[in-house]
Ligand binder design. Structure first.
Ligand code: XMP
Length: 517
């Protein structure tokens, strides 16, 4: 396994995902990890990742000296390369100017990291690589034992290596797809130079997780809050395979789910897979608590609190439950941040069910704690969950509650559910569902004028929202075909009485968020 030491760069998670895609297990830890912990981790290789700070600046972070003493290969990327150079006797020059974007680096030296990996050869026989750069500072003097592997006109030492010690540094980012040969470079490092085997596959992950769950749980009973979302569904399938009937799921129907969603969850888990699922029909409770409330944050709080209350009621009825399972995933666990004062590796523990009463002191089972979302999906498929379930769009916890821009009423929720269903159904039919990252309808509590026959009628408005995004932090509205939008609009207006107008949201995030409230 590979240890990735993080200096606070937003790219660090991407490096970890790439290494895992190659089939090698890795973990991200903070740059100031204690020596005993590094030894206990027993890495086959270490990657020093990027960071926002400047190596020449006093007090900027350094890798633990042990990293260079363990005798394992080390790869420094960006800041990681610079601190490696500085710590081993080279020199780094600070700069206010940033080089950002594509660059072509010439492969000027021979070294095992990059040998035989190139994108182009020019007339003089010089090999080059197309890479993605994002840096200000640069290494200007090599440490003893190193040679330059790549350079650009503005960055003479863009990659360096010491084959004797297996220490390497790259100034560019091999983890981003803009660096075309990035995966080959990372594979070269982890598979060939570190000698790791590509054993981190969905089948192996499932097998391991099942053995761990059995060891942890023994013959005790486990409770899981099943939402129908990807993470909790994968946990349910995994626990069911590991411990069968020792697992009980509670599915809370809050009345704010999509059309037929509750029945689908029951059909898939209870009927098809034989998982014990208790369905708590709590629509009335949620709706009565939400009556008269229009403030979005207040709605979110009420929905969250009521969920916990209903879940508790069901959990209390069960006897002898020792464990609570949760769909916590790796990005929830790590929030890597290296700041100036050092110890800033914040561990954020997500408690999806946060307010359980004291007397129900459960131990936690979190079988997805080490996995990225894309790995969770692959494991879902491995466990036999349907593709459409595993690759569905995200759906917020408060559900339709935050897509009704008014007091939540059953009448509004019913209209919205049907409009949303038409939109999603048409997206799937037109093969556009997986080309958008998230799509849904929003209920607007305003009446606009329409004509039916000779009469003027004032009816509700539905807005459609569809976005494309990688990380949900920024998003672009999806450029859906006009004919498609026309069809969806016609169907909604014709099939749902009470709606006479449909609009399409063409705002980007930022500043508009994906949800409307
Ligand atoms: P925004 O609207 O902030 O949404 O651009 C980003 C992503 O987060 C989801 N979202 C939520 N998920 N509870 C959730 O579980 C919430 O209260 C919530 N609000 C937004 C949203 O659907 C999108 O995927």
């Amino acid at each position: 396994r590979i240890l990735i030491l993080d200096f606070g760069s937003q790219y660090t998670q991407l490096i970890a995902r790439r290494i895992r895609e190659i089939g090698v297990y890795c973990e991200i830890r903070s740059w100031d990890l204690e020596a005993e912990e590094i030894r206990a981790f027993a890495p086959r290789g270490i990657i020093l990742a990027g960071g926002p700070e400047s190596v020449p600046e006093e007090g900027s972070p350094r890798a633990p000296e042990l990293v260079f003493e363990l005798g394992v290969p080390v790869l420094g990327i960006c800041y990681g390369m610079q601190t490696m150079a500085a710590q081993l006797g080279g020199a780094v020059q600070g700069s206010e100017e940033r080089e950002f974007g594509y660059a072509r680096v010439d492969l000027v030296g021979k070294g095992r990291l990059l040998d035989g990996i190139e994108d182009a050869v020019d007339d003089h026989g010089t090999l080059s690589l197309d890479v993605w750069m994002s840096h200000g500072d640069k290494v200007i003097e090599l440490p003893t034992g190193f040679q330059t592997l790549a350079s650009t006109p503005s960055c003479a030492i863009a990659a360096m290596g010491d084959d004797a010690r297996n220490f390497y540094g790259v100034q560019f980012h091999p983890e981003v797809t803009h660096t075309k040969q990035g995966m080959r470079i990372l594979s070269r490092f982890v598979l060939e130079l570190c000698g790791c085997e590509a054993l981190w596959t969905p089948a192996n992950i499932v097998e391991d997780a099942i053995a761990n769950i059995r060891a942890q749980v023994g013959d005790a009973k486990v409770l899981l809050g099943l939402s129908g979302g990807v993470d909790s569904s994968v946990v349910a399938a995994m626990l069911h395979r590991a411990i069968g009937d020792q697992l009980t799921c509670v599915f809370v129907d809050n009345g704010l789910l999509r059309l037929h969603e509750g029945d689908q969850v029951m059909a898939m888990f209870a009927e098809n897979m034989g998982v014990k699922v208790i369905r708590a029909d709590a629509q009335d409770k949620f709706l009565s608590r939400l009556a008269g409330v229009t403030d979005p944050e207040a709605k979110r709080k009420i929905i969250g609190r009521t969920f916990i209350e209903v879940f508790d009621e069901e959990a209390t009825k069960l006897k002898d439950v020792k464990f609570l399972a949760q769909g916590t995933i790796y990005p929830d666990v790590i929030e890597s941040a290296a700041t100036k004062n050092g110890k800033a590796h914040v561990i954020k523990s997500h408690h999806n069910v946060g307010g359980l009463p004291e007397e129900m002191a459960f131990e936690l089972v979190e079988p997805l704690r080490e996995l990225f979302k894309d790995e969770v999906r692959k494991i879902g498929l491995e466990l036999g969950l349907p593709y459409d379930m595993v690759y569905r769009h995200p759906f917020p916890g408060p559900g339709l509650g935050v897509r009704i821009l008014a007091e939540v009423r059953k009448e509004y929720a019913d209209i919205l559910r049907r409009a949303d269903h038409i939109f999603i159904e048409e997206l799937r039919k037109a093969d556009l569902y997986h080309k958008t990252s998230q799509a849904f309808a929003v209920f607007l509590p305003i009446k606009s004028v329409g004509v039916v026959g000779d009469a003027r009628r004032y009816e509700w408005v539905i807005a459609l929202r569809a976005v494309e995004t990688i990380d949900f932090m920024t998003a672009r509205w999806a450029h859906l075909p006009y004919e498609f939008l026309e069809k969806v609009s016609n169907r909604i207006i014709n099939e749902i009485s009470g709606v006479s107008r449909v609009t399409y949201d063409i705002s980007s995030k930022p500043p508009a968020t994906i949800e409307w409230e």
